[in-house]
Design a binder for this molecule. Structure first.
Ligand SMILES: NC(=O)c1ccc[n+]([C@@H]2O[C@H](COP(=O)([O-])OP(=O)(O)OC[C@H]3O[C@@H](n4cnc5c(N)ncnc54)[C@H](O)[C@@H]3O)[C@@H](O)[C@H]2O)c1
Length: 283
Protein backbone atom coordinates (compact mmCIF):
# COMPACT_ATOMS: atom_id res chain seq x y z
CA UNK A 1 0.00 0.00 0.00
CA UNK A 2 1.46 3.33 -1.06
CA UNK A 3 -0.60 5.24 1.53
CA UNK A 4 -0.77 4.46 5.24
CA UNK A 5 -2.69 7.25 6.90
CA UNK A 6 -5.83 8.69 5.32
CA UNK A 7 -7.45 11.93 6.48
CA UNK A 8 -11.19 12.21 5.95
CA UNK A 9 -12.83 15.62 6.08
CA UNK A 10 -16.50 15.39 7.11
CA UNK A 11 -18.20 12.34 8.64
CA UNK A 12 -21.66 12.78 7.13
CA UNK A 13 -23.48 10.39 4.81
CA UNK A 14 -20.46 9.93 2.55
CA UNK A 15 -17.52 10.63 4.86
CA UNK A 16 -18.52 8.05 7.47
CA UNK A 17 -18.96 5.45 4.69
CA UNK A 18 -15.56 6.29 3.22
CA UNK A 19 -14.02 5.96 6.70
CA UNK A 20 -15.61 2.50 7.07
CA UNK A 21 -14.29 1.06 3.78
CA UNK A 22 -10.89 2.68 4.27
CA UNK A 23 -10.43 1.20 7.75
CA UNK A 24 -11.70 -2.19 6.56
CA UNK A 25 -9.00 -2.16 3.87
CA UNK A 26 -6.20 -1.79 6.43
CA UNK A 27 -5.55 1.96 6.40
CA UNK A 28 -5.25 4.19 9.45
CA UNK A 29 -8.06 6.77 9.34
CA UNK A 30 -8.10 10.22 10.90
CA UNK A 31 -11.47 11.91 10.55
CA UNK A 32 -12.16 15.59 11.07
CA UNK A 33 -15.49 17.27 11.73
CA UNK A 34 -16.63 20.84 12.23
CA UNK A 35 -17.45 20.43 15.96
CA UNK A 36 -17.02 17.83 18.73
CA UNK A 37 -20.75 17.17 18.53
CA UNK A 38 -20.65 16.33 14.80
CA UNK A 39 -17.50 14.28 15.33
CA UNK A 40 -19.19 12.18 18.05
CA UNK A 41 -22.24 11.70 15.83
CA UNK A 42 -20.08 10.57 12.89
CA UNK A 43 -17.98 8.19 14.98
CA UNK A 44 -21.09 6.72 16.58
CA UNK A 45 -22.56 6.05 13.09
CA UNK A 46 -19.38 4.14 12.25
CA UNK A 47 -19.62 2.16 15.52
CA UNK A 48 -23.23 1.29 14.79
CA UNK A 49 -22.30 0.02 11.33
CA UNK A 50 -19.54 -2.25 12.66
CA UNK A 51 -21.72 -3.45 15.56
CA UNK A 52 -24.42 -4.50 13.07
CA UNK A 53 -21.89 -6.27 10.89
CA UNK A 54 -20.70 -8.19 13.96
CA UNK A 55 -24.22 -9.07 15.03
CA UNK A 56 -24.96 -10.43 11.57
CA UNK A 57 -21.73 -12.47 11.64
CA UNK A 58 -20.36 -10.59 8.64
CA UNK A 59 -17.18 -9.68 10.51
CA UNK A 60 -15.30 -11.41 13.36
CA UNK A 61 -14.73 -10.04 16.88
CA UNK A 62 -11.07 -9.44 16.01
CA UNK A 63 -11.92 -7.54 12.85
CA UNK A 64 -14.54 -5.48 14.68
CA UNK A 65 -11.90 -4.44 17.20
CA UNK A 66 -9.20 -3.87 14.57
CA UNK A 67 -11.42 -1.75 12.30
CA UNK A 68 -12.50 0.49 15.15
CA UNK A 69 -8.95 0.87 16.45
CA UNK A 70 -7.84 2.15 13.05
CA UNK A 71 -10.25 5.11 13.17
CA UNK A 72 -9.68 8.21 15.25
CA UNK A 73 -11.19 11.69 15.16
CA UNK A 74 -10.23 15.31 15.67
CA UNK A 75 -11.56 18.81 15.13
CA UNK A 76 -8.11 20.35 14.52
CA UNK A 77 -7.02 20.65 10.88
CA UNK A 78 -3.35 20.69 11.97
CA UNK A 79 -3.69 17.00 12.94
CA UNK A 80 -3.83 16.18 9.21
CA UNK A 81 -0.18 17.16 8.81
CA UNK A 82 1.19 13.64 8.39
CA UNK A 83 -1.65 12.11 6.33
CA UNK A 84 -0.63 10.57 2.98
CA UNK A 85 -4.00 11.21 1.39
CA UNK A 86 -6.79 13.58 2.47
CA UNK A 87 -10.33 12.91 1.21
CA UNK A 88 -12.83 15.72 1.62
CA UNK A 89 -16.57 15.00 1.97
CA UNK A 90 -18.07 18.20 3.40
CA UNK A 91 -21.20 20.00 2.18
CA UNK A 92 -21.43 20.62 -1.57
CA UNK A 93 -20.35 24.27 -1.46
CA UNK A 94 -17.50 25.53 -3.61
CA UNK A 95 -16.82 28.38 -1.16
CA UNK A 96 -16.57 26.03 1.84
CA UNK A 97 -14.49 23.45 -0.01
CA UNK A 98 -12.04 26.02 -1.44
CA UNK A 99 -11.64 27.66 1.98
CA UNK A 100 -10.89 24.27 3.57
CA UNK A 101 -8.45 23.22 0.81
CA UNK A 102 -6.56 26.45 1.27
CA UNK A 103 -6.19 25.63 5.00
CA UNK A 104 -5.37 21.94 4.49
CA UNK A 105 -2.79 22.84 1.83
CA UNK A 106 -0.94 24.89 4.41
CA UNK A 107 -0.75 22.19 7.10
CA UNK A 108 -0.08 18.91 5.24
CA UNK A 109 3.37 17.57 4.38
CA UNK A 110 4.42 18.33 0.77
CA UNK A 111 3.81 14.77 -0.50
CA UNK A 112 0.19 14.57 0.72
CA UNK A 113 -2.29 13.99 -2.08
CA UNK A 114 -5.73 15.63 -1.94
CA UNK A 115 -9.04 14.22 -3.16
CA UNK A 116 -12.56 15.67 -3.16
CA UNK A 117 -15.73 13.57 -3.13
CA UNK A 118 -17.71 16.32 -4.87
CA UNK A 119 -20.55 15.15 -7.15
CA UNK A 120 -20.92 18.29 -9.21
CA UNK A 121 -18.35 20.99 -8.45
CA UNK A 122 -15.21 21.77 -10.41
CA UNK A 123 -12.26 19.68 -9.22
CA UNK A 124 -10.00 21.98 -11.26
CA UNK A 125 -11.19 25.01 -9.27
CA UNK A 126 -10.55 23.27 -5.93
CA UNK A 127 -7.13 22.09 -7.16
CA UNK A 128 -6.18 25.68 -7.90
CA UNK A 129 -7.00 26.69 -4.29
CA UNK A 130 -5.11 23.82 -2.65
CA UNK A 131 -1.58 25.11 -3.10
CA UNK A 132 -0.68 21.82 -4.83
CA UNK A 133 -2.80 21.53 -7.97
CA UNK A 134 -0.73 18.69 -9.45
CA UNK A 135 -1.56 16.49 -6.43
CA UNK A 136 -5.31 17.01 -6.54
CA UNK A 137 -7.93 14.57 -7.88
CA UNK A 138 -11.66 13.99 -7.65
CA UNK A 139 -12.66 10.75 -5.89
CA UNK A 140 -16.39 10.34 -6.34
CA UNK A 141 -17.84 7.53 -4.21
CA UNK A 142 -21.49 6.50 -4.41
CA UNK A 143 -24.05 6.17 -1.65
CA UNK A 144 -24.10 3.92 0.39
CA UNK A 145 -20.32 3.71 0.19
CA UNK A 146 -19.85 0.22 1.72
CA UNK A 147 -22.29 -1.24 -0.84
CA UNK A 148 -21.67 0.66 -4.06
CA UNK A 149 -18.74 -0.60 -6.12
CA UNK A 150 -18.22 2.38 -8.37
CA UNK A 151 -15.74 5.19 -7.75
CA UNK A 152 -15.16 7.85 -10.41
CA UNK A 153 -11.55 9.03 -10.27
CA UNK A 154 -11.47 12.53 -11.74
CA UNK A 155 -8.51 14.04 -13.51
CA UNK A 156 -8.46 17.81 -12.97
CA UNK A 157 -6.81 19.92 -15.63
CA UNK A 158 -3.68 20.22 -13.46
CA UNK A 159 -3.50 16.66 -11.99
CA UNK A 160 -0.12 14.97 -12.48
CA UNK A 161 -0.23 11.36 -13.70
CA UNK A 162 1.71 9.97 -10.75
CA UNK A 163 -0.75 11.40 -8.18
CA UNK A 164 -3.70 10.27 -10.29
CA UNK A 165 -2.42 6.69 -10.53
CA UNK A 166 -1.74 6.51 -6.79
CA UNK A 167 -5.33 7.50 -6.05
CA UNK A 168 -6.68 5.12 -8.70
CA UNK A 169 -4.75 2.25 -7.05
CA UNK A 170 -6.03 3.36 -3.66
CA UNK A 171 -9.62 3.06 -4.94
CA UNK A 172 -8.85 -0.44 -6.23
CA UNK A 173 -7.32 -1.36 -2.88
CA UNK A 174 -10.70 -0.61 -1.24
CA UNK A 175 -12.23 -3.36 -3.39
CA UNK A 176 -14.01 -0.76 -5.53
CA UNK A 177 -14.36 -0.55 -9.30
CA UNK A 178 -12.75 2.77 -10.23
CA UNK A 179 -13.34 4.41 -13.61
CA UNK A 180 -11.32 7.21 -15.17
CA UNK A 181 -13.02 10.49 -16.03
CA UNK A 182 -12.02 14.04 -16.84
CA UNK A 183 -13.24 17.00 -14.84
CA UNK A 184 -16.41 17.76 -16.76
CA UNK A 185 -19.81 18.66 -15.23
CA UNK A 186 -21.43 15.58 -13.67
CA UNK A 187 -18.45 13.37 -14.61
CA UNK A 188 -19.84 10.15 -16.17
CA UNK A 189 -22.76 8.93 -14.06
CA UNK A 190 -24.55 12.20 -13.30
CA UNK A 191 -23.86 13.54 -16.81
CA UNK A 192 -25.85 10.61 -18.20
CA UNK A 193 -28.28 9.91 -15.38
CA UNK A 194 -29.54 13.36 -14.37
CA UNK A 195 -30.75 14.44 -17.87
CA UNK A 196 -32.55 11.08 -18.09
CA UNK A 197 -34.34 11.66 -14.76
CA UNK A 198 -35.17 15.25 -15.73
CA UNK A 199 -36.55 14.10 -19.06
CA UNK A 200 -38.73 11.51 -17.34
CA UNK A 201 -40.23 14.25 -15.13
CA UNK A 202 -40.78 16.38 -18.26
CA UNK A 203 -42.53 13.48 -20.03
CA UNK A 204 -44.76 13.02 -16.99
CA UNK A 205 -45.50 16.75 -16.82
CA UNK A 206 -46.50 16.76 -20.48
CA UNK A 207 -49.00 13.99 -19.77
CA UNK A 208 -47.47 11.46 -22.16
CA UNK A 209 -48.16 8.62 -19.72
CA UNK A 210 -48.93 7.92 -16.07
CA UNK A 211 -46.06 7.77 -13.58
CA UNK A 212 -46.55 4.02 -13.16
CA UNK A 213 -46.45 3.46 -16.92
CA UNK A 214 -43.32 5.60 -17.36
CA UNK A 215 -41.56 3.56 -14.66
CA UNK A 216 -42.86 0.22 -15.90
CA UNK A 217 -41.83 1.03 -19.47
CA UNK A 218 -38.21 1.52 -18.45
CA UNK A 219 -38.26 -1.43 -16.01
CA UNK A 220 -39.75 -4.00 -18.34
CA UNK A 221 -38.70 -2.56 -21.69
CA UNK A 222 -35.19 -1.35 -20.96
CA UNK A 223 -34.36 -3.80 -18.18
CA UNK A 224 -33.68 -1.11 -15.56
CA UNK A 225 -34.09 -2.29 -11.95
CA UNK A 226 -36.20 0.77 -11.17
CA UNK A 227 -38.12 3.35 -13.22
CA UNK A 228 -36.83 6.96 -13.49
CA UNK A 229 -39.53 8.57 -11.32
CA UNK A 230 -39.07 6.05 -8.50
CA UNK A 231 -35.31 6.57 -8.82
CA UNK A 232 -35.72 10.35 -8.58
CA UNK A 233 -37.74 9.79 -5.38
CA UNK A 234 -34.89 7.68 -4.01
CA UNK A 235 -32.14 10.15 -4.89
CA UNK A 236 -34.17 13.17 -3.76
CA UNK A 237 -35.99 15.63 -6.02
CA UNK A 238 -33.96 18.48 -4.50
CA UNK A 239 -30.72 16.74 -5.49
CA UNK A 240 -32.00 16.15 -9.04
CA UNK A 241 -32.98 19.83 -9.40
CA UNK A 242 -29.75 21.09 -7.95
CA UNK A 243 -27.47 18.87 -10.07
CA UNK A 244 -29.62 19.60 -13.16
CA UNK A 245 -29.18 23.33 -12.57
CA UNK A 246 -25.41 22.96 -12.31
CA UNK A 247 -25.29 20.86 -15.50
CA UNK A 248 -27.48 23.41 -17.28
CA UNK A 249 -25.32 26.32 -16.09
CA UNK A 250 -22.12 24.61 -17.20
CA UNK A 251 -23.29 23.16 -20.54
CA UNK A 252 -26.07 25.55 -21.59
CA UNK A 253 -28.04 22.54 -22.87
CA UNK A 254 -31.79 23.09 -22.35
CA UNK A 255 -32.45 19.38 -21.77
CA UNK A 256 -30.43 19.61 -18.51
CA UNK A 257 -32.72 22.29 -17.08
CA UNK A 258 -35.19 20.89 -14.50
CA UNK A 259 -38.84 21.29 -15.64
CA UNK A 260 -41.33 23.38 -13.59
CA UNK A 261 -42.98 20.29 -12.08
CA UNK A 262 -39.75 19.26 -10.33
CA UNK A 263 -39.13 22.76 -9.00
CA UNK A 264 -42.73 23.04 -7.75
CA UNK A 265 -42.55 19.69 -5.98
CA UNK A 266 -39.30 20.73 -4.26
CA UNK A 267 -40.93 24.00 -3.13
CA UNK A 268 -43.81 21.97 -1.67
CA UNK A 269 -41.33 19.81 0.27
CA UNK A 270 -42.07 16.72 -1.86
CA UNK A 271 -38.44 15.63 -1.96
CA UNK A 272 -39.07 11.91 -2.44
CA UNK A 273 -38.53 8.99 -0.12
CA UNK A 274 -36.74 11.06 2.54
CA UNK A 275 -39.84 13.23 3.14
CA UNK A 276 -42.37 10.45 2.57
CA UNK A 277 -43.71 11.99 -0.64
CA UNK A 278 -42.35 12.58 -4.11
CA UNK A 279 -43.85 11.12 -7.29
CA UNK A 280 -45.05 8.32 -4.99
CA UNK A 281 -46.06 8.21 -1.32
CA UNK A 282 -43.98 6.32 1.26
CA UNK A 283 -45.05 5.21 4.69
N1 LIG B 1 -25.08 11.98 -0.39
C1 LIG B 1 -24.81 11.44 -1.56
O1 LIG B 1 -25.56 10.61 -2.09
C2 LIG B 1 -23.51 11.78 -2.25
C3 LIG B 1 -23.01 10.91 -3.22
C4 LIG B 1 -21.78 11.19 -3.81
C5 LIG B 1 -21.07 12.34 -3.46
N2 LIG B 1 -21.61 13.18 -2.53
C6 LIG B 1 -20.80 14.37 -2.17
O2 LIG B 1 -20.16 14.12 -0.92
C7 LIG B 1 -19.99 15.35 -0.20
C8 LIG B 1 -20.62 15.20 1.17
O3 LIG B 1 -21.99 14.90 1.00
P1 LIG B 1 -22.83 14.19 2.16
O4 LIG B 1 -24.07 13.74 1.52
O5 LIG B 1 -21.96 13.23 2.90
O6 LIG B 1 -23.14 15.45 3.08
P2 LIG B 1 -23.56 15.46 4.62
O7 LIG B 1 -24.31 16.72 4.81
O8 LIG B 1 -24.19 14.18 5.01
O9 LIG B 1 -22.16 15.54 5.37
C9 LIG B 1 -21.30 16.64 5.28
C10 LIG B 1 -20.47 16.67 6.55
O10 LIG B 1 -19.46 17.69 6.42
C11 LIG B 1 -19.28 18.24 7.71
N3 LIG B 1 -18.65 19.57 7.63
C12 LIG B 1 -19.20 20.69 7.18
N4 LIG B 1 -18.32 21.72 7.33
C13 LIG B 1 -17.21 21.20 7.85
C14 LIG B 1 -15.97 21.74 8.25
N5 LIG B 1 -15.69 23.05 8.13
N6 LIG B 1 -15.04 20.91 8.78
C15 LIG B 1 -15.30 19.60 8.91
N7 LIG B 1 -16.48 19.02 8.57
C16 LIG B 1 -17.41 19.83 8.05
C17 LIG B 1 -20.68 18.33 8.28
O11 LIG B 1 -20.67 18.46 9.70
C18 LIG B 1 -21.28 17.01 7.81
O12 LIG B 1 -21.14 15.96 8.75
C19 LIG B 1 -20.61 16.44 -1.07
O13 LIG B 1 -19.61 17.02 -1.83
C20 LIG B 1 -21.58 15.65 -1.97
O14 LIG B 1 -21.82 16.28 -3.19
C21 LIG B 1 -22.79 12.93 -1.90
Amino acid sequence: MAFKKIGIFGLGTMGHGIAIVTAMSGYEVLAIEATEEFLDAGLSRINTYFDRQLKKDRISEEDHKAFLERISGTIAIEDFKDCDLVIEAVFESIELKCELWDKIGKVCKPETIFASNTSSLSVTEMASKSGRPGQFVGLHFFNPVPMMKLVEVIHALQTLDDAYEQVFEFAESLGKKPVRANDTPGFIVNRLLVPYLIDAARVYEQGLASKEDIDNAMKFGAGHPMGPLALTDLIGLDVAVWVGEILYQETGEARMSPPPILRRMVRAGYLGKKTGKGFYEYT
